[in-house]
Design a protein around this ligand. Structure first.
Ligand code: SF4
Length: 509
């Protein structure tokens, strides 16, 4: 079969910066096994340029595919664009199968199939094996009902098959790197870059996060094989920067240490960027020299809040003490720390924001990234927030970078001003500049310079975006707008080929 994988252009600022685009790992992960099955696979990456929707649709049509596969790492925020693109391709290519996978369709399959009858099937959960089976069934004209992990229309009703098995051997499915030209992708100041993944899932239970639900349990790739793949991409394709897609690659100390040692043994000069938990950094205090030697230049650590009561509410499981210590330890090894700080848990007041700012400065991270709590309906936090009013009904902005739910103690404008003020204070401290200028490592100086350049651009873009945003038009709660909760527990109870009633309210598209 001729199969086209489509990465849509996203309106987020991160998708609009030339030479700072990363390849779509999810689509490449599905593409590799399909190539191995003998399909004629192509990738059209609408983020490059970025393409207009017209160009993207024309390119897909010109390939004359039998099947067109969609997925986007932005998931909910990518959905409205995927829906528009799907509809146009389905009209132009009525005989092509349209397949849609990712986090958002996994938990919105009923609504999507009802609103978009041209979608042939939705892949729920991780996609490698399910997509292989689905493409084989479509090519052979065999019934879809036998394939676990999909949803489709039967007699005009959305139906779901049983959940697919969790992939236990992540190395059994290779990434289809040949689908891209590495020269098209860059990050970290225009350096050639890819996204890579050591593990899937997370053993922790933070209630605003869907990692555990979507991936089910924490699993990792073979440490030595991943190190060899990184070295090969560096030597054969000149890839310099590897951005880990994992939320928590270091959850298991033993495999993580084995990976670091294997990469050090490969002796390649690469830049590694990842997210992890502050607790893991503290746990690994005795092997942080290996982190540095392997090439780690920055860790993003989800601190989420500096308030112990809020951390308890969201079941973060960490503590302000380990957050502070992790930053100190990373600095000791000249690895940058980026702290995420999440606003909108509904306990904010002027006093708490001021307290939070003072605490962030006392933690002294190299970089901070302010985000807004986003109650996706597949997270336990949805149930805590379902009665709160929405202040953003454009799904493309449900990307953690926009406030989407109201808080009781502060208007959106006031919260926005506080967030921008916190970011400016944290990033423009003389101490942060001094560290940049006097840093002995030229790679770290480059990284900090690049981050300030990007930060300035994003900061101004976000202020202009806030000022120009359309007025909020709906008076709905989160639950009224997004429908009933649908998280992993609910999804696990989907019996084979179940017909499901549709909630009353469909998501805005
Ligand atoms: S927020 Fe991070 S630590 Fe918490 S469950 Fe999600 S991935 Fe794990």
């Amino acid at each position: 079969m001729r199969i086209v994988l489509v990465n849509i252009p996203h309106p987020a600022i991160g998708s609009r910066i030339p030479k700072e685009q990363l390849p779509p790992l999810g689509l490449l992960s599905v593409g590799g096994p399909l190539l191995d099955d003998g399909h004629d696979v192509h990738l059209i990456d609408g983020e490059l340029g970025p393409m207009t929707l017209d160009t993207l649709v024309e390119e897909v049509i010109s390939l004359g595919p039998d099947a067109v596969l969609f997925g986007h790492s932005g998931s909910s925020s990518g959905h409205p664009i995927i829906a528009r693109t799907c509809a146009r391709i389905a009209t132009a290519l009525p005989h092509a199968a349209i397949v849609y996978g990712g986090v958002h369709p996994t938990y919105f399959w009923r609504e999507i199939l009802a609103a978009e009858p041209h979608v042939t099937a939705i892949v729920r959960g991780e996609g490698e094996e399910t997509t292989r089976q689905l493409m084989a069934a479509i090519a052979g004209g065999t019934p879809l009902a036998q394939i676990p992990g999909i949803s489709y229309q039967e007699d005009g009703l959305p139906v779901a098959t049983a959940q697919a098995k969790v992939i236990t051997d992540l190395d059994a499915y290779r990434i289809g790197w040949e689908l891209i030209d590495h020269a098209d992708y860059g990050y970290w100041g225009g350096k050639r870059a890819v996204v890579i993944q050591f593990s899937r899932g997370c053993p922790h239970l933070c209630n605003y996060c869907g990692q555990r639900g979507f991936w089910t349990r924490w699993r990792h790739r073979d440490p030595v094989m991943l190190a060899a793949e990184i070295a090969r991409l560096h030597r054969d394709h000149g890839v310099e920067v590897f951005n880990f897609a994992d939320e928590n690659p270091s959850a298991g100390r033993k495999p993580w240490k084995a990976f670091l040692e294997a990469l050090v043994a490969e002796d390649v000069s690469v830049t590694l960027v990842a997210s992890t938990r502050a607790d893991d950094i503290v746990r690994d205090a005795d092997i942080l020299h290996l982190y540095k030697k392997a090439g780690f230049e920055r860790f993003l650590m989800g601190m989420e809040n500096t308030d112990e009561a809020t951390l308890k509410l969201i079941r973060k499981g960490g503590s302000t003490t380990s957050d502070r210590e992790a930053i100190r330890l990373l600095r000791e090894h000249n690895i940058l720390s980026m702290a995420t700080w999440v606003a909108g848990f509904d306990d904010e007041t002027d006093a708490s924001m001021w307290r939070g700012l003072k605490q962030i400065i006392s933690y002294d991270p190299d970089q901070i990234q302010a985000l807004y709590v986003t109650p996706h309906r597949w997270t336990p936090f949805f149930r805590l927030a379902e009665d709160r009013a929405i202040v953003e009904d454009d799904l493309t902005r449900w990307d953690y970078k926009h406030q989407v739910v109201a808080i009781s103690g502060m208007s959106p404008t006031r919260l926005f001003l506080w967030v921008k003020f916190v970011e400016a204070c944290a990033q423009l401290r003389p101490r942060a500049f001094r560290r940049w200028v006097w840093n002995p490592d030229p790679k770290i100086r480059h990284a900090v310079r690049w981050y300030y350049r990007m930060g300035r651009r994003v900061w101004i873009h976000e202020i202009l975006g806030f000022l120009r945003r359309p007025a909020h038009q709906r008076n709905l709660s989160v639950g009224e707008w997004l429908g009933a909760p649908q998280d992993h527990e609910e999804e696990a109870n989907v019996p084979a080929r179940s017909r499901r009633s549709l909630p009353n309210v469909k998501p805005a598209a």
